[in-house]
Ligand binder design. Structure first.
Ligand code: COA
Length: 320
């Protein structure tokens, strides 16, 4: 049995408002806020990468909880914007934190990454394979966004969140689910290679490319169903949950999920307004904001569900 024993987050200092984009693309603050809910996002500095944001999130985790990470035996970094393809970002975090003896791996599942990381850590701890697992969702998306593409660059931001998962006398994870519609793979991708996805030729510019409408429709059509399935799997009803934390892709997507479930927005923490879409960091950033505002507290039942590039999703229900 396992639980989350410590939690921390970090966002870079540089605040980027919507007017920033007016300098080089045909857009405006009103369009961005009304279509996405985003007011600001953070961009990492030159030379600041996903591993640096991860380290800061782990330092915050240690400051919040007094946890010692020197004996962590596995590090999972969930990212879609790794420092580089090899070595993996988790190995950079191991080196930078001076952790002596940890296996390291990255999960590359875009905005569903953080919950996939939690699922993997739960499996490791509950099977006894590892005892103390650090799961980090970290993104430096500003390095991989196409600043000439007005349909995507206005959406993304940088940040990181970390949890420690350890054995527990009682089980804090109540259910998991995941699934994928690879048939939508060409609607959200990043590639350096001249290639095709589902027979569709793709642009190998090494930047995020998406068909926003298709992703929006998929998320709004599928995520409420997957939330209901997850709740049912846990033998619960929506009323048993204290909070639902979906990936903060876009405020309109979150509002549509709330409407579909007839669930109050006041119980859906989000990070998109302040930080944009931070992919695998968006769920921990939303939780941190809620905790800071007196929302999520120890013992609350929290459903988290990440979704995005794949298109893939992963969910869990956890006693915080
Ligand atoms: N500023 C101003 N106009 C813009 C613009 C911008 N930044 N981006 C697109 N437009 C224009 C389009 O060119 C289009 O103009 P046209 O009607 O003259 O052709 C118009 O706005 C509508 O474009 P459309 O793409 O239909 O807008 P939309 O209402 O679907 O909103 C998104 C676009 C990207 C905000 C929306 O589709 C979305 O949020 N999708 C989900 C994205 C997401 O969350 N992805 C991550 C999932 S993990």
């Amino acid at each position: 049995m396992s639980r989350i024993t410590a939690f921390g987050t970090y966002v870079p200092e540089k605040i980027i408002d919507n007017h920033y984009f007016e300098q080089f693309i045909d857009t405006n603050d009103e369009w961005i806020e009304s279509r996405t809910g985003i007011k600001t996002r953070r961009f990492a500095k030159d030379g600041e990468y996903a591993s640096d944001l991860s380290v800061k999130a782990v330092e915050n985790l240690m400051a919040n909880s007094g946890a010692d990470v020197s004996d962590v035996d596995f590090i999972v970094v969930c990212t879609t914007s790794p420092d580089q393809p090899m070595p993996n970002t988790a190995s950079r975090v191991q080196y930078k934190l001076g952790i002596k003896n940890a296996g390291c791996n990255d999960i590359y599942a875009a905005c569903a990454g953080f919950v996939y990381g939690i699922q993997m850590a739960h499996g490791f701890v509950n099977s006894g394979v590892y005892k103390k697992v650090l799961v980090i969702g970290s993104e430096a998306l500003s390095k991989i966004m196409d600043l000439k593409d007005r349909t995507s660059c206005i959406l993304f931001g940088d940040g990181a969140g970390a949890v420690l998962i350890e054995p527990s006398e009682d089980e804090h994870f109540m259910a998991f689910n995941s699934g994928t519609n690879g048939d939508f793979g060409h609607d959200l991708y990043l590639s350096h290679k001249k290639n095709s996805i589902n027979g569709v030729g793709i642009n190998p510019n090494g930047k995020i490319i998406q068909n926003g409408r298709s992703v929006f429709k998929w998320a709004v059509g599928n995520i409420p169903i997957k939330i209901k399935e997850l709740v049912e799997k846990a033998g619960m009803t929506l009323d048993d949950l204290d909070y639902i934390v979906p990936h903060s892709a876009n405020l309109r997507i979150i509002e549509a999920i709330a409407k579909n479930l007839d669930y109050p927005m006041s119980k859906i923490p989000q990070s998109v307004t302040d930080f944009g879409n931070t992919s695998s960091a968006s769920i921990p950033l939303a939780i941190a904001k809620s905790v800071a505002n007196g929302g999520i507290k120890k013992g609350d039942i929290v459903l988290m569900i990440g979704f995005g590039g794949g298109l893939t999703f992963a969910g869990t229900i956890v006693k915080w």
